[in-house]
Design a protein around this ligand. Structure first.
Ligand code: PBG
Length: 337
């Protein structure tokens, strides 16, 4: 049988639409755009030289000067936003530095906003873990029966409300409510509105898991945590619990729903996108980045296509907005096409 004498019984040939790059592009279903990428940034008080983070090539704790240069690169690349974390010199039980209008986070937000205006979205992380001496995301209540530290939900909400106002006053367009306290979206919304900041939106970390993939981040923020966050972050074995969390945050006034981490939680992203009519975001966390970087560095996988494939999976699952340490680099690849 000659090559041209093909079986005519085969009328369905999906391969026709994969024949060349132009056809593949024409039928592509997923388009990641630089404007929908958010870059997390770390700013360390009192630092004189940028300080690299183990496992995250290119990610550093910024000084005021290196932050400014990074924001210039972000503007140049045309990414959608930045998510700012501050690491203070002084920590205490209550995370008081978080409420200092001249503290490291507020100052960074003010500087960035002055630099960018409305050219990209400035998101401030609303959480106490960088500011507390014990490293928990809220203030502590009485220890439990086994003597373990517990986080006092409602006392923490009071502080979150105050912190949200400080960050809004510093110029944040958006507040990243990441602490996983019950009622944090409602408390944040109430505080913002009460202070006349009804224009500031809330990116709610609605489904945030107690994940082992946060390792390198904990170094990046010099986390003081001893133990875990399992009494407030979600159990990785659960999916339906996320639906409850997402619905609650939507009802409380979230503007955007975040699922975190991303790559081990694609099912949750997908369900979130079916459940609510709010924009869905997801955060490719430090350990997820580190795995890909480590495998690529060993020559086990091809770095650029692996990164693009990972991000495509997050987008395909239903998160148009992706928070990633690769944001500027990926935007460069997308702009080049
Ligand atoms: C906590 C917070 C975490 C991350 C960002 N904010 C997780 C944690 O320490 O429990 C992780 C981000 C990453 O790993 O990239 N507010």
């Amino acid at each position: 049988m000659s090559a041209s004498n093909k079986s005519h019984a085969l009328s369905q040939r999906p391969r026709r639409l994969r024949a060349n790059a132009a056809i593949r592009n024409l039928v592509s279903e997923t388009q990641i755009r630089p404007e929908q990428l958010i870059l997390p940034l770390f700013v360390r008080e009192g630092l004189t030289e940028p300080k690299p983070i183990t496992g995250l090539p290119g990610v550093v704790q910024h000084t005021t000067a290196s932050l400014r240069a990074e924001i210039d690169r972000a503007l140049e690349a045309g990414i959608g936003g930045v998510m700012v974390f501050g690491i203070p010199n002084h920590r205490d039980e209550l995370g008081s530095e978080a409420l200092n209008p001249n503290g490291v986070l507020s100052k960074a937000i003010r500087d960035i906003r002055a630099q960018v205006g409305d050219r990209l979205v400035v998101i401030a992380d609303l959480c106490l873990d960088e500011f507390t001496s014990h490293g928990h995301c809220g203030v502590l209540g009485a220890p439990d029966a086994s003597g373990n530290a517990t986080v006092d939900n409602d006392a923490t909400l009071e502080i979150y409300g105050q912190m949200a106002v400080v960050l809004a006053e510093a110029g944040a367009h958006m507040i990243g409510a990441s602490g996983m306290m019950d009622g944090q979206v409602a408390a944040t919304r109430r505080a913002l509105d009460g202070a006349g900041h009804d224009e500031v939106s809330i990116l709610a970390y609605a489904a945030k898991y107690a994940s082992a993939f946060y390792g390198p981040f904990r170094e990046a923020v010099e986390s003081q945590l001893d133990g875990d966050r399992k009494t407030y972050q979600q159990d990785p074995r659960n999916a339906r619990e996320s639906l409850r969390e997402i619905k609650l945050d939507a009802e409380e006034g979230a503007d955007i729903i975040m699922v975190k981490p991303a790559l081990s939680y694609l099912d949750i992203i997908h369900q979130a996108s079916q459940l609510v009519d709010l924009p869905i975001a997801s955060y490719v966390v430090s350990g997820e980045m580190a795995m890909i970087e480590a495998a690529a560095a060993q020559g086990l996988i091809n770095r650029e296509p692996a990164i693009l494939e990972a991000l495509a999976s997050v987008h395909r699952a239903g998160a148009n907005i992706i928070c990633t340490y690769w944001a500027i680099e990926v935007a460069g690849w997308l702009n080049r096409r």
